[in-house]
Structure formats: C-alpha cells, structure tokens
Ligand binder design. Structure first.
Ligand code: UN1
Length: 512
C-alpha cells in the first residue's frame, strides 16, 4: 500500500464486494461474482456482483422512469448537474486516477490525465448546455415559419473498453446528460471497479440534487448483459468502444432494430516521417505514441512510415530511446511503461512478435515478458520494434500491445500516404514534416483517410474540444467535442402556419 491504494479505494466507496447496479438505492445485483485483479501486482483488488437479466430489467425501468422527468429539466439546469459532477471529479482526481492506474495498469500520470479528460468534457458540456442550437429556415410559403429543434433522445447505452475505463464513459454521459438523456453503462469486465467508482461519484451528485437515480445506471457483466442492452428497443442509442470484431456484432444487432449506434473501434495508426521531419520531435511523438499506455490506446502509434533517406537516422534514434525506457509499477512515477491488462494480452503480444518474424520481418528492439521481483503479475512486457512491410498480415491487424512496425518508403509523400491509408482501420494519423506542401497534401482530400490527422504531433493525445473517432473499420462514430452532441438528441423540423389559408408546398393546387 505504499502508493495509497487503500485510501483511494475507501475515498471512492469501493468495498470488498460491490453491488454493480444503478445508484444502489433501489436495485441490487444478484448475479455471479466478478473478481478484479490488478495487472500491477496480480492482487485481488475487490469483487463485484454481476447483473442478472432480472436486474437488467429493473435498471432499464428505473432509467425509463428517470427519463420522464429529466427530459423536462431545462438544459442549462442539466448543465449545472454536470458542473457539480466535474467539481466532484476535481476533488476525486487523485483517488480515481490511482484506481485507474492500479486496476488498468496505465501510468499514474496517464491515470490522472484520464480523469482530467473527464473534467474537461464536463466543462465543455456545461457551456454546451446553453448552445443546443437548431437552425431556422425561410419557408417557401408566405406566413409560415420553419425551424428545427433538438429533443432528448431517451436511454443511452454505453459499452466501454478497459483501456480508458473512466474517460470514455464521461465523454458520452456528460453530453448525454446535458441533452436530457439518461445513461446505462456496461463497463469492461476487466475494469469493473472503475465503473463502481464513477457511479458512486455521480450518485452523490444525483442524491444531493434530489434527482431520480436512474439518470445514471450501471450494469456489470460480460457480453451477455451487453447483448440485452444492444437488443433492447427501449435503448435508442448504443455507444460502443472496443474491438472491430465486437463493433460489427453491435452494429448489426442495433441496425436490426433500426436503432442508432456510435462506434469507436480499432485503429492502426501511422506516423509518416518525411525527409523534412524534425527528428527529435519525431522520436518523442513516436515513442510516447507506441509505448504510452503500454500500446493499449486505440490511438497508439503502430506504424512508422519513414523515408529511406532518413530511415537509419530515425531507426537509430528510436533504438536508443527504447534503451532508456523503464518498465515497472505504473504507480511509481519513475517508470515509463506499465503492464498489459492481463495474460491473454501478453499472449497476443507474443504471437504478434512471432508472426512478424515468420512473415519476413526483422526485430530491431527485442521484446519479451519480464519476470522476477516487481513483475509477479506476469503482465509486464518489453516494448518492441520490428522492421516490416505494410502488407504483412500482422501489420494489417491491431495488436493491443507495445509493438511498433517500421516501414520504409521511397519516392514522394503520395507513396507514404498510400501506405498509411492501406489498412482497414481509419482512426488516427500523423505526419512529421516542415514541408508545407507535404503537410497540406496529407490533410487534403487525397491525404489521410482517418478521422484524426495531425501535423508535427503524434497519433495519440486527442483533445476534448475536437470530435473524436475514425472512418472505415474504426466505425465512423464521433464523440466528445465539436457537434458530437447531436447524436444524443432527436431532431425535429417544425413548420408553423400563422395565416388563415393553407398554401401547399411545391406550388401544388388541391382545390376542394
Ligand atoms: C482510446 O484509446 O480509446 O487521443 C481513446 C487519445 C486519448 C483518447 C484515446 N485522448 O489518445
């Protein structure tokens, strides 16, 4: 407990055995026990009761009941609730950041960073609660007014992944709440305690404001409980973050009942390094992008597409930077890289390294699983670099681990862009160059095909103010900033006639 985990758990209301339900006032979970082990030290942190089908039914009814009143609360007042939530997050930033780091395994700084993203989206949402604007249009008919308005949608189902166990939930909820929706969250079964902690924080705000508890609901369990949510006609929007495999199932299920889905799926993000790149900046951006969160961000840098004229310089600089990485307990701020989420992730990492070699790749920085003192959980691996071809099957595939592929290009920036776009995913991308023509081409209609395209920064670390998401197999959804709020509302076009006659549109005459 040298890192204050016990205090953090107690501050966040985490017990040895937790109820995984709504705010806990009316509903209790009755399902099997889900144990949460830390990848940091392999210890059991606490357990959570999973939700049964009957629990799920109670939760949805509680949410539906809450929606009836919450949708009537003026949006700026809902913004005030989100403001109070942001304030509570500020007070709990240290404890929640620590829990994220301990349960998920990312570095403490990144755990705090994740909570900061939650605070930022709350601030963003508070402002937005006075700006849920529709347009007014000029009617073609005299004495008519036409405008559009946005109404609350209903219950928003949120399915989130282990890698951002708290932030992704808040990107959705902060917007959904100011929009007048209520939320039902199924967090990853790998990080259930982060879910309980968030729910405890918002439950306090809801109680202090005498609001119905169903505004924020939590269900814990595996894919089966997720399926109840995605199949449920009472849930008009499903926001799902995770693998492309999972996303395809969710998309088909939700489309089958003509519901809306917001998908944030896999990435296969590349940085193009042109002859005009600043090498020092490139190395910092690439190393953080590849080894930050132990390569488990959907925005992690997986591929570096490097011009052959500077290939060796970049390669040598990377090898030397990797030599300085300290791998170990992520709560200890002197370490750069923490563990992978679990042993299954370690296996996939090992398989990727074997596969890249079998396909003809060359290992430049040796990987491997660490053992011995401090590595007892068996989840710590060495970040690796391999020289590869973009066409390799393993390079085409997103491996959620710190494996970076170096790909050489010769010729022009167009050749590099073709490689960068030559994968099934389309989340994040970047170019390192001081050449204006190259940068602008990369950002043009014939440039990067990703939802995020950066110049002279890496692929990870998107800010809250922009819309976050990607194209192709990344799923097409957009969350957080810009006008991402619109998916959480239903749009209505209204035409009002304030005359005593009824002229028809399109000049149609219909005389009786
Ligand atoms: C994710 O990996 O699921 O841009 C989200 C970033 C973070 C969010 C990543 N702001 O890296």
């Amino acid at each position: 407990n040298q890192f204050g985990i016990k205090e953090a758990l107690s501050q966040l209301g985490i017990k040895t055995l937790n109820e995984g339900t709504s705010t806990g006032l009316d509903c209790f979970s009755n399902g099997a026990i889900l144990e949460s082990f830390s990848p940091v030290d392999g210890q059991l942190i606490a357990s959570v009761k999973m939700s049964t089908g009957a629990d799920y039914e109670k939760v949805i009814q509680t949410a539906a009941e809450a929606f009836k009143t919450f949708r009537l609360m003026p949006a700026p007042q809902r913004g005030e609730i989100v403001r109070q939530f942001g304030d509570k997050l500020r007070k709990n930033k240290e404890a929640l950041g620590k829990l994220v780091s301990y349960e998920m395994g990312k570095s403490l700084q990144e755990g705090y960073g994740e909570v900061q993203e939650m605070i930022d989206i709350c601030d963003f949402a508070v402002g937005l609660s006075r700006q849920l604007h529709g347009l007014t249009m000029h009617s073609e008919r005299p004495g008519h007014r036409m405008y559009e308005q946005y109404h609350p949608l209903g219950i928003v189902g949120i399915i989130s992944a282990f890698n951002f166990p708290v932030a992704v939930w808040s990107w959705n909820t902060a917007l959904a709440w100011i929009c007048g929706d209520v939320c039902v969250w199924k967090p990853s079964e790998k990080t259930p305690l982060c879910g309980i902690a968030c729910q405890n924080i918002i439950a306090e705000v809801i109680k202090e404001n005498n609001l119905p508890e169903g505004i924020s609901c939590l269900i814990n369990g595996d894919y089966e409980i997720g399926e109840l949510l995605t199949n449920d006609k009472r849930v008009p929007l499903i926001s799902a973050t995770g693998s492309t495999r999972m996303g395809k199932i969710v998309a088909q299920t939700v489309a089958g009942r003509l519901g809306k889905s917001l998908l944030e799926l896999g990435g296969n993000n590349a940085i193009i390094v042109t002859p005009d790149a600043d090498i020092k900046m490139t190395v910092i951006g690439a190393v953080f992008g590849a080894v930050g969160t132990a390569g488990q961000r959907c925005t992690s840098t997986r591929r570096l597409i490097i011009h052959d004229s500077i290939y060796d310089t970049v390669k040598d600089a990377l090898i030397s930077a990797y030599g300085q990485l300290r791998i170990g307990n992520p709560l200890d701020e002197k370490n750069h890289v923490g563990p992978l989420i679990d042993k299954q992730a370690v296996e996939l990492y090992e398989k990727a390294l074997t596969k890249v070699v079998s396909e003809g790749g060359k290992i430049l920085v040796e990987g491997g699983v660490l053992s011995g003192a401090g590595y007892e959980s068996g989840c710590y691996v060495k970040p690796a670099i391999a020289e590869a071809q973009n066409s390799f099957e393993i390079v085409q595939h997103e491996t959620f681990a710190p494996v970076l592929y170096l790909i050489k290009y010769s010729g022009t920036v167009e050749d590099a862009i073709e490689l960068q776009n030559g994968v099934a995913q389309g989340l994040s991308s970047a170019i390192m160059t001081n050449n204006l023509r190259e940068a602008e081409r990369f950002l043009s209609a014939v440039g990067s095909d990703c939802g995020i395209a950066n110049v002279n920064i890496g692929t990870s670390g998107a800010e809250i103010g922009g819309a976050f998401g990607g194209e192709k197999e990344t799923g097409g959804g957009r969350e957080s900033g810009s006008d991402a709020w619109k998916i959480y509302m239903r749009r209505q076009t209204n035409t009002i006639n304030y005359t005593t006659s009824l002229p028809l549109a399109q000049g149609i005459k219909f005389d009786l």
